[in-house]
Design a protein around this ligand. Structure first.
Ligand SMILES: Nc1nc2c(c(=O)[nH]1)N[C@H]1C(S)=C(S)[C@@H](COP(=O)(O)O)O[C@H]1N2
Ligand SMILES: [Mo]
Length: 328
């Protein structure tokens, strides 16, 4: 029965879209590129299957029965997820109404998955052993292969057209070249801190460091700030490397904490790749960008780059002892 197959395939693709979508936010180095590509391919696989689902839905929607409103809502939300995905890939608009395009895409995506869950409970597809047949798996593979082909075509077209979407980074982000254009971004609902450059100190172990000291460190790192919101910018950052301020301290991990309470934990042995930065591109960091001191974490997405650093603590907890994504 073609309907069952279509529904099961869509359920599988939706789960894969959710997992690769979450995974894409964790990617910070080129080695994670495949996760981001997989998210795009799975999205295209969903689009490939949609005409078949359309036929099932047309039959179903003619009958008034429980769950009908849910089905219609799911259709609308799914189209919204796809539309915002297209806007993200092409770079057509940074924001839609009061939300950034990425916030809208993620919110609609999570809503879609919740509605699919409810929809599947209302219209269960009883799973049969035969569903795992060789033929069905080959069919699913065929759809994914077609989606892969589409992915190549879309990327090729964007590239050939010289569109903004043609030059995305391996994370999918679009470049911002001008440092003045780098947006002031908070992960969720943190507030910009206004700290005094002279009065502010960063507490490291039992010492308290002035901004002037950190500024005088003389370390310069060219690093890419890549926000999960969909933009990146490569700039020179200067200040003092974290391993220099941690001299004499030892432990498993380092907690870098903001004056706002926001924090992230890092492996102790990565201290030499982290920078307490006071300047970007030769200019002191503005309040919005985390001044007077922010963390620069090369190879990690923007949410690791703690702004308004107030303290650096070393302890013996493992570095994974934290929520995988910040909660504030
Ligand atoms: N204290 C604090 N630091 C933070 C955040 C935050 O919400 N609070 N957001 C992070 C995120 S998600 C990004 S992308 C970068 C953005 O830096 P920018 O505002 O200088 O562009 O800061 C990071 N540092
Ligand atoms: Mo971000």
């Amino acid at each position: 029965m073609a309907g069952r197959r279509t529904n099961l395939a869509l359920l599988g693709f939706a789960v894969m879209a959710l997992l690769t979508g979450i995974g894409a936010f964790l990617v910070g180095t080129a080695s994670g590129r495949l996760i981001v590509i997989a998210h795009g391919v799975v999205a295209l696989a969903i689009i490939v299957v949609m005409p078949w689902k359309g036929m099932i839905a047309r039959r179903g929607i003619a009958r008034v029965r429980p769950g009908r409103a849910m089905s219609i809502a799911l259709t609308v939300v799914t189209l919204g997820v796809i539309a915002t995905g297209v806007v993200l890939v092409t770079g057509m608009a940074e924001s839609i109404g009061p939300m950034t395009t990425m916030q809208l895409h993620v919110s609609l995506g999570l809503l879609m998955v919740s509605l699919i869950l409810v929809h599947t409970l209302q219209r269960p597809v009883p799973f049969r052993r035969a569903d795992w047949s060789r033929r069905n798996l080959l069919r699913a593979g065929g759809v994914l292969a077609a989606a892969g082909g589409l992915w190549l075509a879309v990327e090729g077209l964007l590239d050939a057209a010289g569109a903004r979407g043609g030059a995305r980074r391996f994370t999918g982000s679009h470049e911002i070249v001008d440092p003045a254009q780098v947006p002031i971004t908070q992960w969720l609902n943190d507030r910009v801190q206004h700290l005094d450059r002279v009065a502010h100190h960063v507490v490291v172990g039992d010492q308290s460091m002035t901004v002037a000291t950190l500024e005088g460190g003389g370390d310069v790192v060219e690093a890419t700030l890549d926000c999960t919101g969909g933009w990146y910018s490569t700039q020179p950052w200067s200040g003092t490397r974290l391993d220099r301020v941690l001299e004499g301290l030892a432990g498993e991990s380092i907690v870098v904490r903001s004056a706002s309470g926001y924090w992230r934990r890092f492996p102790f042995d990565q201290a030499s790749s982290l920078l307490l930065a006071t300047h970007m591109t030769g200019e002191p960091l503005s309040d919005g960008h985390g001044g007077p001191v922010r963390l620069v974490a090369p190879g990690r997405r923007g949410y690791w780059w703690v702004k308004w650093v107030a303290s650096v603590e070393v302890d013996d907890r493992p570095s994974w002892w934290q929520p995988p994504l910040p909660t504030a």
